[in-house]
Design a protein around this ligand. Structure first.
Ligand code: BTN
Length: 230
């Protein structure tokens, strides 16, 4: 496997997108720190040393929202390999006891490549202002963990879930995601740009959409930010 290890990157997703067309599928770009790490919706993603900041170049036969699930499931399994129980907050966050520990950012060019970016708080400090909303493996375990062990475990788990995706086993991916979902059965508020939708999260359908039971009936939601506290 082609591995690109950088001391510093602006954003490994940006780096991976620049080289995507010239490298084999599965190439991983990992940086010790990022100076311009990004989250969804152009948000900043704090990426100091000690965390795991990586992007994988994929050449999937189809562009698909379920690619994000591949990343999320790989992170959940990795945490579980280190004894940490976590869950997925649809569509792309991984949470441990009410706090975010990882986020996934999928980008790409249809028909050409996809970049799956994963940020996982391992031994890094989480920003003060996120203190109550974010956590790290170190904080949960009460000790530092080997970043390279976490890295290799995560890459192995990514191969596993991406393998299922390539074999068209979407049903298994979606049902695994449902099992690990922290929002199913709960009252949620979905915020997407200007629109707000309140209802009970009842399902994640085979296309990866979140199904909400609202006063006006069932609604399928394809993207948005989910808020559980309101
Ligand atoms: C989110 O929760 O909004 C997604 C966060 C994704 C962060 C990772 S860190 C590696 C890769 N490079 C980036 O700039 N972002 C992703």
């Amino acid at each position: 496997r082609k591995l690109i290890i950088l001391d510093e990157a602006g954003s490994t997703n940006e780096y991976a997108k620049r080289i995507a067309q010239n490298v084999p599928e599965g190439t991983v770009v990992v940086a010790k720190r990022q100076t311009a790490g990004r989250g969804r919706k152009g948000r900043r993603w704090e990426s100091p040393e000690g965390g795991l900041w990586l992007s994988v170049v994929l050449k999937p036969p189809r562009v698909d929202p379920r690619l994000v699930f591949v990343g999320a499931l790989a992170v959940v399994d990795t945490l579980s390999n280190f004894g940490i129980h976590s869950g997925v907050k649809w569509p792309n966050d991984v949470w441990v006891s009410g706090r975010k520990i990882a986020g996934i950012l999928a980008e790409g060019k249809a028909g050409e490549y996809a970049v799956l970016g994963i940020g996982l708080n391992v031994n890094n400090d989480v920003p003060e202002e996120l203190g109550k909303m974010a956590t790290s493996m170190r904080e949960i375990l009460g000790r530092e963990v080997s970043l390279s062990e976490v890295f290799h475990t995560l890459v192995g788990n990514l191969d596993h879930w991406y393998g299922l995706f390539l074999n068209g086993r979407d049903g298994e991916i979606v049902s695994a995601l449902k099992e690990r979902s922290i929002i199913l059965g709960k009252e949620v508020k979905i915020i997407d740009d200007e629109t707000e939708l309140v209802g009970r999260a009842v399902d994640i359908d085979v296309d990866g959409a979140l199904v909400l039971e609202t006063p006006g009936g069932r609604v399928r939601v394809l993207h948005g930010d989910v808020s559980l506290r309101f």
